[in-house]
Design a protein around this ligand. Structure first.
Ligand code: NDP
Length: 316
């Protein structure tokens, strides 16, 4: 099957791109990927997406976005892209279900996945005190003690955000220094209710139904302590989902897709990137949706230019 626009990924970026492309009459195909609806389907309440004054469940929000895109003619395929060939025209995508899809323009919206410590308790208590997003879940821990793992800019930002809501924030840094920029480090050090635990790793997160504490170990002394935290935020980086695009689309050192400034254009003609897959900084549903809109508008413009060029050259 050949489409004018194929969107890989079904998070806020993917569905917003689909909505705009569909309303422009491009009948886009969304290939939903391994986690239809993306990261938001794993959170509970979303309270910071504009337009929902009472908040909305992550799954419901993604359902709404999908239905809105489908209403204007988006087709959603519940399959996973295994391989792509983006250089020749048309572009080719191989799906794990065995199908091959061709596209004039491709919008990559495959998102990123939070990096986890690898503890069994992270899976057991995910959504019950364990989180990888302070902006999404911090509100549920108002007035309570929490822990943040990591020493990068993300961990500092998460700690700063949580310090305004929570009684105490324990930052667990595995070395004797942080990777974060100096200004971010200065901010966390100057915040009275942020306690930095240097050379400290997490041995286990305690609790069955909800987080009741964290067992941490000082790597130099071997001493173990239990921190009585009720929220456990992991901020040790994200992994952009770009494995299948490696060696085709230009990526930065961390694997995020490089886009032109103020644009979603990649280094390949007719290939656009939106959402977390090209954004290591903001990573919000609403910013992803914004770049999804940009990608659809840019794809539409690019397709029109191609048609115009072909018409001028007299090729079909
Ligand atoms: P980083 O890779 O910069 O930092 C990851 C942190 O997590 C490091 O302190 C690392 O420790 C620690 N870590 C990694 N694995 C483990 C583990 N298994 N156990 C304990 N700690 C671990 O990721 P970030 O998400 O913080 O930042 C990504 C990029 O985004 C950076 O370029 C950053 O500058 C940027 N960013 C910028 C912001 C801003 O400008 N406001 C906000 C947020 C991010 P170690 O140092 O020992 O490896």
């Amino acid at each position: 099957m050949k489409y004018e626009v194929v969107i890989i990924g079904s998070g806020p970026a993917g569905y917003t791109a689909a909505l705009y492309a569909a309303r422009a009459g491009l009948s886009p195909l969304v290939i939903a990927g391994p986690e239809p609806g993306g990261q938001l389907t794993r959170t509970s309440e979303v309270e910071n997406f504009p337009g929902y004054p009472e908040g909305v469940l992550g799954g419901q929000l993604m359902d709404d976005l999908r239905r809105q895109a489908e209403r204007f003619g988006t087709k959603v395929l519940y399959d996973v892209v295994e391989k792509v060939e983006l250089r020749p025209f048309p572009k080719k995508l191989w799906l794990s279900g065995g199908e091959t899809v061709e596209a004039d323009a491709v919008i990559i919206a495959t998102g990123s996945s939070p990096r986890w410590l690898g503890l069994e308790a992270e899976k057991r208590l995910y959504g019950a005190g364990v989180s990888a997003c302070a902006v999404c879940d911090g509100y549920f821990f108002r007035g309570k003690p929490v822990a943040v793992v990591g020493g990068g800019d993300s961990a500092c930002e998460e700690a700063m955000y949580l310090s305004r809501l929570c009684s105490e924030v324990h930052m667990l840094v595995r070395r004797d220094q942080m990777r974060a920029s100096r200004i971010m480090q200065e901010r966390v050090r100057a915040t009275p209710n942020i306690h930095i635990h240097w050379n400290t790793i997490t041995v286990d997160i305690l609790g069955e139904q909800k987080v009741e504490g964290a067992r941490v170990r000082h790597v130099l002394t071997g001493e173990e302590t239990i921190l009585p935290v009720q929220g456990f935020f992991v901020a040790i980086g994200h992994v952009p989902n770009t494995e299948i695009f490696r060696n085709q689309v230009a990526l930065d050192a961390a694997g995020y897709i490089l886009t032109e400034p103020k644009s979603t254009r990649t280094n390949i003609e007719g290939v656009f990137a939106a959402g977390d897959v090209q954004d290591p900084i903001y990573r919000q549903a609403v910013t992803a949706a914004g770049t999804g809109c940009m990608a659809a508008l840019e794809a539409e413009r690019w397709l029109m230019e191609q048609k115009h060029r072909k018409a001028t050259l007299g090729v079909s």
